[in-house]
Design a protein around this ligand. Sequence first.
Ligand code: ZN
Length: 342
Amino acid sequence: MKAVRFHEYGDASVLRHEDVADPEPGPGEVVVRVRAVGLNHVDVDMRNGTSRLPLALPHTLGFECGGDVAAVGPGVEELAVGDRVTPLYQVACRHCEPCLAGRQQFCERLEMLGVQRAGAYAEYVLAPADAVVRMPDAMTYEQAASTQTTFATAWHCLVTRAKLRPGETVLISAAGSGVGSSGIQVAKRAGARVITSAGSAEKLQRARELGADVTIDYVEEDLTARVREATGGRGVDVVLEHVGGDVFERSLAAVADGGRVVVCGGHAGEVVALDLIELFRHEWSVIGCARASEAELRHVIELVGRGELTPVVSEILPLEQAADAHRLMEDRRQFGKVLLAP
Ligand SMILES: [Zn+2]
């Protein structure tokens, strides 16, 4: 089969479209023919060698995909060839204490597609059958490739961790990203008022179409001043922050007393200044969020299948153009998810 791999760390040009051996399903495993795979910004960090994730080279990226079961291994009864499926990108052991407590994202033996396991930038991907979810009938392959790392992450951040309540105001960074465009929808569904920021008028228009109540151009406008103005000087109850650097620092200045800042990314600068006097006097909570639990992953797949949440797809490129797709993401030109179609 064809797959896109990298043999050394570097810029987008290290991604090679090449022949690799077809995966063979072992006991309890299935092979999925990939129809669409979603890209994530952390793919760029893994390719650069800056992700702090353990990779063995050559490496195949790709967390999340939609496709069809192409082959099943011995003992697999619940799935058959031809079933439309989406593998969970987190493969948990199901036996350790965090797994038994329903917190599979902290599994002691956690493996992720596209990190410890070969990912879905390929024609075929191998996954354990019990970590493969049948796609709801109304879900497209493209939606299946754009649901878990966006909606489940936004859900985990806003609903589970920040406990966002109806009537609260939330500030969401980078409306054009996967987490941004899904965060707007999750927050609106929770009954919150949404303020969001992006770097162009076009992206802000798209954010309003998704339900954002107030939009701020962070290049042209003073983010903190605009948030204060939109909240009668009070600031926001919750910030969903996944940019980092000075965006994190400016976001803090827009938080109301007792507000919560949920952080699930920091590509623009991982180490930031935090004024501890401001933190304790305003009683802010800074909450880290990494990944969703399996229940959250399955829940958002169901909600997308019911049309209650809608993944935003920016571009779909052929698999062999993976390098172009990475450059597009690095330049932040997209609104929503960038996908590859093997
Ligand atoms: Zn486990």
